[in-house]
Design a protein around this ligand. Structure first.
Ligand code: DPX
Ligand code: MG
Length: 562
């Protein structure tokens, strides 16, 4: 049959590497969904709502490098915007696609369903511009190839989401076939002169320094520069500290790893090493209020910063220098200096004594952490949702090959359920484990239903501490209470007559150990283990961190009277 706008989009999605696309149908996108479904390399994945659809695509992009989410106009897209915001904040190329009104309606003063009830349908496209690196609205079939290619290329190059709006009567309209995909995907390589000048500047910055330290941030993973980072670090010989959101992006068993740098809640000797340094090379770092513990842990020495596509020094900036190319270009030029590693051996604290609870002991946060630590293998991908799960997860030691996913910039509670689902679809070879609090789970619980439907054996450890404990530690109030659910029964309700979810309850150390064994053997669907702990049983790191974040939130307005 004829080649259409929908076929063009399907071909481009497949060519950039999407093997699945996440959808919620609506009458503005049904023809488009037919075209995507017809493509042999794309698999349609239905979601329960558009927030979860976008968050599933966000998680898929973590596994696959790029993802697609297809929703209906206005009522669908406005929910998907929240997951798109996560992709923007987390530097992930999510391609948000929305159906839109028939092109004959605009200008006819037609009031259409799902819209705000006035005849201007451009508001969604205008809103999308704010949360994507490129937003396009296809006005005619002839414009589709240019606009679709522009949006997808922008997303891939900048690792940010893009937006493509396709009117319901254009999805099936005749369209030309796409040209070579390299026109969309070929990267912009570093400018040779800038690369050399930046390397020269780096040598001057490092010259004479005795105690350099490398601080790794989350953009290293998004730039795909993990390999070059190890090469550079080993050429330097110095200490390597990680920001919390970069956990898993540098091997923790590496002899130069000195811990997670997170101010007062740092691990190992990371805090001492960072403050002892006389030169700091920040690679892909993000200094926000959470990673700097309410601005109390901002490095106070001149920094050299290697970002995704530029490098800066005190007094110099070099554009069009790609992180991975700069790291491998610089490695052979630096001088080996292990002064900080010698010092680290003196500073490195002894590993804390870990108490092993007896089977009958009531479950505690520490015992959960101890048992989860034992679950981790080189095939684990551990998702930690916003809450004390961040602290419990970040404290774990990742074995070589284990992966770690956190959403620390956007911090949308409940993100990990749809995101882990999307991720696990792309990585059936990995053991995906989710650490999530009761409050977060209540936001996106429906997507466990898709884990049942697609038989994805994710293990969900739900930490039930009866409410929003992070918020309690930042600032308590009645609003931090929630209605308790029977979480184990809820996930089994998703089975109806044809599902394989298992819901288990663990009140004691022994019950958790038994439930983990059941989960690890269960391959036909998800296993949720509700772990009950005392509502005040939270990490000391959370209490310290919460105190400083609350203080940052409480800063009085500058004196406005002048
Ligand atoms: C309500 C909120 N944050 C505010 C918030 C509200 N809404 C969205 C979408 N995202 C958010 N981060 C947060 S961190 C809760 O303490 C999470 O509770 P829970 O999942 O139960 O974890 P803890 O008990 O360990 O805190
Ligand atoms: Mg909770």
């Amino acid at each position: 049959g004829k080649f259409t706008v929908g076929d063009y989009l399907a071909e481009r999605l497949a060519q950039v590497g999407c093997r699945h696309h996440f959808v919620v149908p609506g009458d503005y996108n049904l023809i488009l969904l037919d075209k995507l479904q017809a493509h042999p390399d794309l698999r349609e994945v239905g979601c329960a709502n558009e927030l979860n659809c976008a968050l599933a695509a966000e998680g898929y992009a973590r596994a696959n490098g790029v993802s697609a989410c297809v929703v209906t106009y206005s009522v669908g897209a406005l929910s998907a915007f929240n997951g798109t915001g996560s992709a923007y904040a987390e530097n992930l190329p999510l391609i948000l696609i929305s159906g839109s009104p028939n092109t004959n309606d605009s200008g006819q003063y037609h009031i259409l369903h799902h819209t705000l009830g006035h005849p201007d349908y451009t508001y969604q496209y205008e809103m999308a511009k704010k949360i994507t690196c490129c937003a396009v609205s296809v006005p005619r079939a002839v414009d589709a190839p240019r606009l679709i290619d522009r949006a997808i290329r922008a997303a891939i190059l900048s690792k940010k989401p893009c937006y493509i709006e396709i009117p319901t009567n254009l999805a099936g309209a005749t369209c030309v076939r796409p040209g070579p995909i390299s026109a969309v995907t070929d990267p912009i390589t570093s400018d040779k002169n800038a690369l050399d000048a930046a390397a020269k500047c780096a040598s001057e910055y490092l010259d004479g320094k005795l105690k350099p330290v490398i601080l790794v941030g989350p953009k290293v993973g998004r730039a795909g520069a993990e390999k070059e980072l190890i090469q550079f670090a080993e050429a330097m010989g110095c200490s390597v500290a990680l920001q919390p959101a970069a956990k898993g992006m540098f091997p923790e068993d590496h002899k130069q790893f000195v811990g997670i740098f997170w101010g007062q809640v740092s691990s190992d000797a990371a805090d001492s090493m960072v403050h002892w340094a006389d030169a700091m090379i920040c690679v892909g770092t993000i200094f926000n209020d959470y990673s700097t513990v309410g601005w109390t842990a901002v490095p106070d020495i001149p920094l050299m910063t290697i970002d995704m596509d530029h490098v800066t020094f005190p007094g110099a900036h070099f554009s069009r220098v790609r992180m991975n190319e700069f790291l491998s270009h610089l490695a052979p030029q630096v001088t080996f200096n292990d002064t900080t590693m010698i010092e680290y051996k003196r500073l490195k604290p002894d590993p804390p004594h870990v108490h092993t609870a007896t089977r009958e002991e009531a479950l505690t946060r520490k015992e959960i952490q101890r048992q989860v630590q034992e679950m981790l293998t080189e095939r684990t991908s551990l998702f930690v949702d916003t809450g004390d799960s961040w602290f419990n997860g970040i404290a774990l030691k990742l074995p070589p090959g284990a992966k770690f996913e956190i959403e620390m910039q956007w911090g949308h509670i409940g993100w990990s359920i749809p995101a882990a689902f999307g991720y696990a679809l792309r990585h059936p070879d990995r053991h995906t484990i989710v650490l999530i609090g009761d409050g977060s789970f209540q936001v996106t619980a429906q997507e466990v239903s898709q884990m049942v439907r697609y038989k994805v054996p994710i293990t969900i450890l739900l930490i039930n501490n009866r409410g929003y404990t992070i918020e309690v530690e930042i600032h308590d109030g009645s609003y931090n209470k929630i209605k308790n659910w029977d979480y184990a029964k809820l996930v089994e309700a998703f089975n109806s007559t044809d599902g394989q979810a298992k819901g288990l309850l663990a009140n004691t150390a022994g019950e958790l150990a038994d439930a983990i064994k059941v989960a690890e053997a269960h391959k036909e669907g998800p296993t949720l283990i509700e772990c009950t702990i005392d509502q005040d049983d939270c990490s000391k790191e959370l209490i310290t961190w919460g105190h400083y974040v609350a203080a940052a939130n409480a800063r009085p307005p500058r004196n406005m009277s002048v």
